[in-house]
Design a protein. Sequence first.
Length: 287
Amino acid sequence: AKSAGGNRFETADAEADARAITRHGLTNALPAALERGEFFIEYQPLVDLGDGSVHGAEALVRWSHPQHGVLGPDRFIPLAEHTGLIVPLGRWVLEESVRQATAWQEKHGDRADGGPLRINVNLSPTQLHHPGLVADTAEVLERAGLEPGALCLEVTESALIGADDDLLKPLRQLAEMGVDIALDDFGTGYSNLANLRRMPVSVLKLDRAFTLGMQQSPPDPVDVKIVEGIVSLAHSLDLAVTVEGVETGVQAEQLRELGCDTAQGWYYARPGPPERVLAGVLGSSSP
Ligand code: C2E
Ligand code: CA
Ligand code: CA
Ligand code: CA
């Protein structure tokens, strides 16, 4: 029994070692990968629940690794965050997706309701603490010629827990420039709802966990109550509600009935190349 246990532990150790080696290897490879252009961005449409039109898209970064194939952000963003490489990587994502948004506007013009096609970009906590954030963002927008109102920066709720004025100041400055700030993964961070009032946030992105209960018909009654409450709170504070992880039509319909404003998920489109977002916009021609 002892040796079996020993073997088990050895295996577990070996797996842990392999994971650590991969982590270590990936971490070391990050700077060169950025230089060599191994990162690319997929875009996932954000759909207006009112009329079904494409409202914009979220930029989601991937790493085309020469040995490991395409790696999702969960595999390398935490590593980049840990080493600080997230700052240049995040700046590249911002530059590239803002450039893309400008290209969409040149090809397509404004949305049916007159507003620009919007681009959502994720910001990590380290980027939030980086002193160059506001100036960098202003410069990127200016250089691409994109109006600040077409950009939405997504910050996770957990990154803002206990946020003091030093952390909120750059977000306020961005909001004053006209950039939208979204609270990402809302509902997972146990934030103080009263705190929402002092945050320069204009969008709540409701975490997928809350929308899972709407996949079934009839929907989970507790989830319905929770979403109802969040939507009414958000709207009373003048915040828009985006729901993520919408996988079925039943779910989309229920979330629309509950008053959510925009939705994102596999039901509409998986993350994909930029042309596909525009195809969705042009395809959903209104009467
Ligand atoms: P997130 O910001 O919450 O992004 C949503 C994630 O849900 C994405 O995973 C997306 O592909 C996935 N998703 C979309 N629709 C559905 C659906 O219907 N069902 C399910 N099950 N999943 C869906 P992804 O692309 O793997 O990204 C994971 C996380 O990595 C993101 O979570 C975000 O926190 C982070 N991330 C991605 N790109 C960037 C980036 O450029 N910078 C930073 N700092 N973080 C990023
Ligand atoms: Ca996000
Ligand atoms: Ca999210
Ligand atoms: Ca998430």
